[in-house]
Write a protein that binds this ligand. Structure first.
Ligand code: BTN
Length: 242
């Protein structure tokens, strides 16, 4: 049941039926000196999400971590996360599901905005160069609603083609094919956050206002009552339905 065999992309694939976390396995490979490896698991027993949350990882989901060593400064890392969000959104759409992106990288079902996929990027940097970068993607593809948190849904539940292997292939191919120059325009095209009233919980406090743009390498520009704020990281909440 190797879902990711035959990728049309220059990554070698390491498939496991079950792992604690594909990001953790990719990190082991990074420490061993490997690069350009896609670690895929059929399920995870210790899936990790952003902000120290657990990521429910039942069988039927796609759990994949891409290990690479881009020749970029560490500050550029967020652009890879945005690129992954675009790639996953396109894979969802190809599967027939109307997916949209919430800043920075949540892939949601358009309309009720339940979560289809999330991305956890981890990195080790030297002073001026990324040493390794792991882009971990968890996508609810062939998963029943009963196996997911209430705030989540799946490609299958949303009426899409729940073919995990094809989904994984599309997502990696889209990621690989994305020209760095095209990431922000593509992200804007797919985003549902821009133009919305948001509350962003940032390490420096809460920022509330209207999300007006995204700026390289992935910051959200928020128009607040006190002027424009550029937010680099945080948990974003849409304050009203679209
Ligand atoms: C989020 O909080 O939205 C990010 C979730 C990221 C989950 C993926 S599943 C594959 C990879 N391995 C992990 O342990 N986490 C990421």
């Amino acid at each position: 049941d190797a879902i990711a065999v035959g990728l049309d992309a220059p990554y070698s694939v390491e498939y496991h039926d079950r792992l604690p976390s594909t990001n953790d396995r990719a990190r082991e490979l990074a420490v061993e000196g490997a690069s350009d490896v896609l670690v895929v698991a059929g399920e995870q027993t210790g899936g990790r999400g952003r902000l120290d949350r657990a990521w429910a990882s039942p069988p039927g989901g796609v759990y994949a971590s891409l290990l690479c060593r881009p020749d970029r400064p560490p500050a550029h890392a967020p652009i890879f996360t945005l690129a992954a969000a675009v790639a996953v959104t396109r894979a969802c759409r190809e599967a027939g599901v109307d997916a949209v992106i919430k800043w920075p990288n949540d892939v949601l079902l358009a309309g009720d905005e339940r979560k289809l996929a999330g991305i956890l990027t981890e990195m080790e940097g030297e002073a001026d160069r990324i040493s390794w970068l792991i882009v971990g993607i968890g996508a609810n593809v062939d998963v029943a609603a009963a196996d997911l948190p209430e705030t989540a849904t799946s490609v299958r539940e949303a009426g899409g083609t729940a073919d995990r292997r094809r989904f994984c292939q599309r997502m990696v191919e889209e990621f690989h094919a994305l020209d760095p120059e095209d990431v922000l325009p593509a992200w804007r095209d797919h985003a549902v956050t821009l133009g919305r009233a948001v509350r962003v919980d940032t390490p420096g406090g809460v920022v509330e206002g209207e999300a007006v743009d995204v700026r390289f390498p992935g910051a959200l520009v928020v128009q607040t009552d006190d002027g424009e704020r550029v937010v680099h990281a945080g948990d974003c909440e849409h304050l009203r339905p679209a």
